[in-house]
Design a protein around this ligand. Structure first.
Ligand SMILES: Cc1ncc(COP(=O)(O)O)c(C=O)c1O
Length: 458
């Protein structure tokens, strides 16, 4: 039922499908869009680059400039480019193994690190790593150890094994669990890894540049050895970035040397490359993004984070007032619908929101951008409220309270009018006679087939 809209136009907070339907976008390129669709400062930068050329192969004049700005914002010594977040993760893991000479990398259940074989996996209770998708060979995940995220048990295991581990890789705030912010855990992992010559990799593909200019590392006050980035910093162009401490980043190119003075790259290098890396369009868009961010300062992220907190509070207060077990969880400008209990049809909310003009994907995190006006956010809030009320009224999710049907009768969570004595108060209830001869509602007794239990209504 969740059809894919096919779009052919976008601007600001909106996208339009080929039937002319308009949507307020909250998917926003899986978080790659932080400034709205077609922001003039990025369009201009790419158009200008298009005129100049998009040659691949020779070093591009923008590469150094963009790397320098990335290092400034992320508090890193060096930065290298690739085309996707997945490639950045692959590179970071390869660097960790190159510099430590160790094989095993620790990751965590519930984290997402992209599409490389090694990170599409889950752990078992016996600490066996198993592929989580068809076509991935069990052997490809044998150098991964998957632990539960943020638990004291995991800390203990990291403590015991750190001396033989190449890296601990975290998605600092898991996009699918946005309300879990394990600061003390991350700070302790930092300490253990530093003490044991093991790298700490922060996968900041979502949180980087979005949560704060310095990403989750700034938020948690933890300096990782290597951060992986993508999405936002590419301004809509495909990009991946690895940024981190010199002693690790040097494994990509051998470190500093100078032509003509006899110096040579001294660090053992690994291999990392790609036909399209440092693509001039991506560099031009990234430069525009980084200049925009520098100009606006941290107020840019704080404004979006504040809007997201407001949106979540409005929707959450409404859900609570109707006893609907639903929350928008959020971190920075990411938010995600979450039911507090398992409900078989609850995901119909995604269909309803689509029909109401919100571009959202079932199960994916949502994002606010600079282009969402106050009116846009009020519209999103209103549509969430409408969708939740309608689902409760139709009996798909529990909830009741101040919602009213079109004729003003009060509705319960199953969509029945509470003031209409002829309608069953719960599905399947039957009208029968009480021992005193008055009418009452009865439901089948699951323990005594053919017998009925009296419903106690207050
Ligand atoms: C935390 C994280 N790491 C890595 C990736 C992979 O990035 P990409 O899809 O650009 O390969 C993603 C993508 O959503 C991500 O959220």
């Amino acid at each position: 039922m969740i059809y894919q809209p096919v779009v052919n136009r976008s601007l600001g907070s909106r996208i339009w499908d080929i039937d002319g339907n308009e949507y307020v976008d909250v998917l926003n390129g899986f978080g790659s869009n932080m400034f709205g669709h077609n922001p003039p400062f990025i369009v201009e930068a790419i158009s200008e680059q298009l005129k100049r050329g998009y040659e691949l192969g020779p070093q591009h004049e923008l590469a150094g400039e963009v790397a320098k700005m990335i290092c400034e914002l992320t508090n890193s010594d060096r930065a290298g480019f690739c085309n996707t977040g997945s490639e950045a993760v692959l590179g970071a893991m390869r660097i960790a193994r190159t510099v430590t000479g160790r094989s095993t990398i620790i990751s965590f259940n519930g984290s997402y690190h992209g599409i490389n074989d090694e990170v599409i996996l889950r752990g078992t209770k016996k600490f066996k790593s198993v592929p989580a998708a068809a076509g991935i060979m069990p052997e490809s995940v044998q150098n991964m150890l998957v632990l539960d995220y943020g638990t004291p048990e995991s800390l203990e295991i990291i403590r015991q094994r750190a001396h033989e581990i190449a890296a601990v890789m975290v998605e600092p705030v898991q996009s699918r669990r946005a309300d879990f912010h394990p600061k003390a855990f991350l700070q302790e992992v930092r300490k253990i890894t530093s003490d044991n010559g093991c790298l700490l990799i922060f996968d900041e593909v979502i949180t980087g540049f979005r949560t704060l200019p310095g990403g989750a590392q700034q938020y948690f006050d933890v300096k990782a050895d290597i951060g992986t980035y993508g999405k936002v910093v590419g301004g809509g162009m495909p990009i991946g970035v690895i940024a981190g401490k010199k002693e690790y980043m040097d494994a990509l190119d051998g470190g500093f040397w100078q032509y003509g003075d006899g110096s040579v790259p001294e660090i053992g290098v690994t291999y990392f490359a790609g036909t399209f890396v440092r693509h001039p369009f991506a560099l031009a868009a990234a430069k525009a993004v980084l200049l925009h961010m520098k100009e606006k300062g941290q107020a840019l992220q704080e404004h979006l984070n504040g809007n997201t907190a407001w949106l979540a509070k409005e929707v959450n207060d409404f859900a609570a007032s109707l006893n609907i077990p639903f929350h928008l969880v959020h971190f920075g400008s990411l938010f995600k619908p979450k039911y507090d209990i398992d409900l078989p049809n609850a995901d119909l909310i995604y269909l309803l929101l689509r029909q109401k003009g919100i571009h959202i994907y079932d199960g994916f995190p949502c994002f606010l951008t600079e282009a969402h006006s106050r009116e846009d956010i009020e519209f999103i809030i209103r549509m969430f409220k409408e969708a939740l009320s309608e689902l409760a009224d139709a009996g798909f999710i529990p909830g009741f309270g101040n919602n009213t049907s079109s004729n003003g009768a009060s509705m319960n969570g199953n969509g029945q009018k509470q003031n209409d004595a002829t309608l069953p108060p719960v599905p399947g209830a039957l009208l029968g006679k009480n021992p005193d001869g008055t009418q009452g509602w009865f439901v089948p007794d699951p323990a005594r087939p053919g017998k009925y239990l009296k419903l106690m209504l207050n």
